[in-house]
Write a protein of this length. Structure first.
Length: 194
């Protein structure tokens, strides 16, 4: 029994472990099965969780048991990741945001930032700025766009990518999953302000 509990804990910790950002010498796969995403995130003490899921009835739906694509903090104000290009019925979303691994925000029936990166491109999504409201785990997210600053950052810090820079943008989709039950909805959502 002890071994089962330890194994379950290890799986949980592994699934939630921070992902490192893209290596500075990274190159983009020429097969067009990969994309680079760049997201401005402030302050640097916050992590974002990028999760893939399906668009079902106009909502972002994901399995609560799937390991996130990334749970990562920004470096010099940006999160830069290499991700697989998804089929047409799937998308990426930022569904958790928090300071450290233990203070996560999980959204159910609440709008979240979603995006579909273009293959073989450096995809700028948006700039996200977060602030905590009172002592509760409740966040206010502000979304803005500064693609010229993001492009300058990638040109300086990732000189080997050699790919076109595109302003992919984002849209809001309501999040749902297998754990969106009444008790789980008590987690405070992120309110976004444009």
């Amino acid at each position: 029994m002890k071994n089962i509990i330890l194994l379950a804990a290890l799986v949980f910790v592994t699934g939630c472990a921070a992902t490192t950002a893209l290596d500075k010498n990274a190159k983009l796969d020429s097969s067009n099965k990969e994309a680079i995403i760049i997201i401005g995130v402030k302050p640097e003490t916050f992590h974002i969780n990028v999760m893939k899921g399906k668009v079902v009835n106009g909502k972002f739906e994901h399995s609560a048991f799937v390991t996130p694509t990334a749970w990562v903090a920004p470096s010099k104000g940006y999160v830069v990741l290499k991700v697989p290009v998804l089929p047409d019925d799937e998308t990426y979303s930022i569904i958790r945001v928090g300071e450290g691994l233990l203070k996560k925000i999980f959204q159910c029936d609440w709008p979240a930032v979603t995006f579909n990166p273009k293959a073989g491109k450096i995809n700028y999504i948006a700039d996200l700025s977060y602030s905590r409201i009172d002592d509760a785990i409740h966040l206010k997210g502000k979304i803005s766009s500064d693609s010229s600053a993001a492009k300058k950052f990638t040109n300086i810090n990732y000189p080997n990518l050699n790919a076109a820079f595109v302003n992919t943008g984002y849209k809001f989709l309501t999040v749902t999953n297998t754990k969106c039950v009444a008790g789980y909805k008590t987690f405070n959502p992120i309110e976004y302000v444009k």
